[in-house]
Design a protein around this ligand. Sequence first.
Ligand code: PLP
Length: 380
Amino acid sequence: MAGSTILPFNRPIMMGSELQYMAEAIAGEKLSGDGPFTKKCSALLEQDLGVPKVLLTTSCTHALEMFALLLDIQPGDEVILPSFTFVSTVNAFALRGAQPVFLDVRPDTLNLDESLLEAKITSRTKAIAVVHYAGVGCEMDAILDIARRHGVSVVEDNAHGLFGKYKGKYLGTFGALAAQSFHETKNFTCGEGGALLINDPKLVDRAEIIREKGTNRSRFFRGLVDKYTWVDVGSSYLPSDILAAFLYAQLENREKIQALRKDVWERYSANLKDWATKREVRLPHIPSHCDQAYHMFYMLLPTLELRQGLIDHLRQHGIMSVFHYLPLHLSEMGLRLGGKRGDCPVTEHVSDQLIRLPFYNSLTAEDQQRVIESILEYDF
Ligand SMILES: Cc1ncc(COP(=O)(O)O)c(C=O)c1O
């Protein structure tokens, strides 16, 4: 729009010490993985969340790939997961030859619908991968109960949910394993990065080996073995300590970041409520037993045409907004694996309806007002 600056959908910002810490990492001449800043990030997350072991990874995608290796997923194993998620949730298991079993989501939170779960469990089911969409917890009590009764592992894709809680307990601490993302679109970032949260202590040793190219290098550095060697399959999932230095500066500011994002979320919610109610637009639902992670603000418009119309209307005002996941069971790969229209009706519907509004730590009240006013002008 002429005369006005473009308001982006996302803007990664530094919180203060990022460059200083990166310079320290470089000056310390320890640029590869598992240096001092990696250790600081892991210790901070372990302490805050109460997780026995946290390993930084190069991405959430790679932490998810480690899930599949750690659970020993074999060709033909079934993994139940929502169709409404990012491609990495499913790819991690598909890479090992697993058959994804796509489950629909609840219409209120857009999280895996636990009432449909038990019927999908078969003798081949190896794992249930939950995604805490928008950093709002899945119904973990019911999911864990079903999984326990059937002897199936639960793992959490918590890319959106760091520091969110379900019934007072941190997301990422329910499953045997959980994955975090530090991609530039997330609350805390180092550009590209992630973490593997290991809640089942039995998986720690093997996770360290898989992350270190299938070697027992971590045990060697701790003086537990006198030489290191190839002991298992693995890959290189360690981020450089330069990136960990950037991330540590962000994590140190976790309270400030979450408070900034809470303000943004609440301003959208308060200012859009009346407009939305009058037009049957749905705003996010946060169950009273969930503390959300303030990762995003989305709205569900009544139809695809109205959703596209709003994205176009905002673009004309120089404001960037986006839709989110396309149903995985209807993707090219999903169809090849047997997906059919109608398999996940809620997912198919909300995928057409959903719009995500600009959301970042440094979004000022003034810029946000510009977004809100443009939406209030969109009448139908
Ligand atoms: C639910 C979910 N899982 C995994 C990922 C992948 O994260 P990364 O880019 O860190 O690999 C994303 C990315 O946005 C995501 O939304």
